[in-house]
Ligand binder design. Structure first.
Ligand code: RM4
Ligand code: MN
Ligand code: MN
Length: 432
């Protein structure tokens, strides 16, 4: 069988030639503009080259809503093809060199083979994600009424064991974290006892925590509703923080941008978690109404920038225990998932780079003198700077594409995958 099609480095370099004159012009212009603000563009290019965001294995297949899923051509049919798509994204943007796996959706038959495949694709593995929000075929107990917080000890046992298995697989493939998100909660007032549910959850988590290697971190992901619509056990960052503190120093909070009530000030939550040294990481996505899982930066780019403003502030001030993991967690229903993830990777880098352009001295002066307008103007000066040339130059220097979407389309990757990957019955992206 002929080798699978890939977008070669030569093809990227060839396509880049078409854009390089324009890029040099844009880059030099921006360098001059930043120079006037005493910012050295080279130091910002370095920042852009160093940021990393992990890809969600479950994001490369077409997602769906609870009404329907409209599959796209050439979807990956298993974990190896998912890795292939992830590596394509990384080849184009060069900042997405790791993949976060969902178990059992991506459970490897042979961990060694998976590691070898990942290595060939130039990929590593980020946090493991357990799944106790769905029943799997052949599973003994149902999670219909909860998992780690279930009233029945046998169900809790099964859910704990699943998490222990995720750790075991993660150890074999070089992961360094476990993310636990549970769907546990209730749909009706009185359905559960809030206090007892959380106590049971904590008991289960203590056992999982004990199995987490010392070099790992345990991420607790909160979500205020869905699939439970009246209450959830880990409903907000406060509960997440309390649990992380209760469990110990390996436990941290994970912030999924879509898991908050509308209009909540997420950047402030991020700041609080940084201050109390419990910010573990992110699931980036964007939303208009709820856990929409839309593309990062597509709805509220200013919010994304403000979050990165907090992160960069912590980075520059060398806050203790500050080393957040960045992961994307999105569902692509109407776009080619590869294109969405390419764009999202770029938007994360954009927000990060823009946050590095904030004149922090000026901001502090404005804050100290009660100059609200100047404080906002200082942030806006950074946010409105078009850093596209920095991002493109960073990608180019790292071997990626100046214009990733153009290169992806010109390569005909999707059509070629559609031929290589004839649809198999019963394959789904995971999230429906
Ligand atoms: C949840 C949550 C988890 C993700 C699942 C698929 O809403 O965001 O992080 O793994 O969806
Ligand atoms: Mn998430
Ligand atoms: Mn979610």
């Amino acid at each position: 069988m002929p080798a699978n099609f890939e977008i070669s480095n030569d093809f990227i370099a060839e396509q880049n030639k078409k854009q390089s004159d324009q890029l040099v012009e844009d880059f030099d212009y921006l360098a001059g503009k930043l120079q006037r603000r005493t910012i050295d563009i080279e130091s910002i290019v370095d920042k852009a080259r160093n940021i990393r965001v992990a890809l969600p294995s479950w994001g490369v297949g077409t997602g769906g809503t609870r009404f329907a899923r409209f599959p796209g051509p050439g979807e990956p049919r298993g974990i190896y093809e998912k890795l292939e798509d992830c590596s394509t994204i990384n080849r184009l943007v060069r900042s997405t060199s790791s993949v976060s796996l969902h178990i059992p959706w991506d459970k490897p038959e042979n961990a060694g083979n998976l590691v070898n495949a990942a290595r060939q694709f130039g990929l590593a593995f980020d946090a493991m994600n357990s799944n106790t929000f769905q029943d799997q075929p052949g599973q003994k107990h149902s999670y219909k009424y909860g998992s780690l917080s279930h009233t029945d000890a046998a169900v809790r046992r099964q859910a704990i064991d699943h998490n222990l298995e995720c750790i075991k697989i993660g150890k074999k493939i070089g992961s360094k974290a476990l993310t636990v998100w549970v769907g546990d909660g209730s749909n009706f007032a009185g359905q559960t006892n809030f206090r007892n549910s959380l106590e049971r959850y904590l008991d289960s988590m203590r056992e999982i925590y004990a199995a987490v290697p010392d070099s790992w971190r345990l991420f607790i992901e909160h979500k205020f509703y869905e699939p439970a619509f009246y209450s959830t056990v880990i409903n907000d960052w406060g509960t997440s923080y309390l649990c992380a503190r209760e469990l110990g120093e390996k436990a941290f909070c994970l912030v999924d941008l879509g898991h908050h009530a509308p209009n909540v000030n997420i950047e402030q939550i991020v700041s609080r978690l940084i201050q109390f040294q419990k910010l573990g990481g992110f699931h980036f996505n964007d939303s208009k109404y709820g856990d929409d899982d839309l593309d990062a930066g597509s709805i509220k780019p200013f919010q994304l920038f403000l979050i990165f403003n907090e992160l960069v502030d912590a980075e520059l001030n060398k806050v203790a225990n500050f080393s957040p993991s960045y992961m994307l967690d999105q569902s692509h229903n109407v776009t080619d998932p590869i294109e969405s993830l390419v764009m999202s990777g770029i938007e994360i880098a954009r927000a990060y780079v823009q946050a590095h352009l904030v004149d922090r001295k000026k901001l502090l002066e404005a804050q100290n003198s009660g100059d609200a307008i100047m404080a906002l103007a200082t942030l806006k000066e950074a946010f409105t700077t078009d850093v596209s040339a920095i991002l493109a130059e960073a990608r180019r220097r790292s071997g990626g594409a100046i214009d990733p979407i153009q290169v992806y389309r010109a390569s005909g990757y999707r059509a070629k995958k559609a031929k290589e990957r004839p649809a198999r019955l019963g394959v789904s992206a995971g999230i429906i």
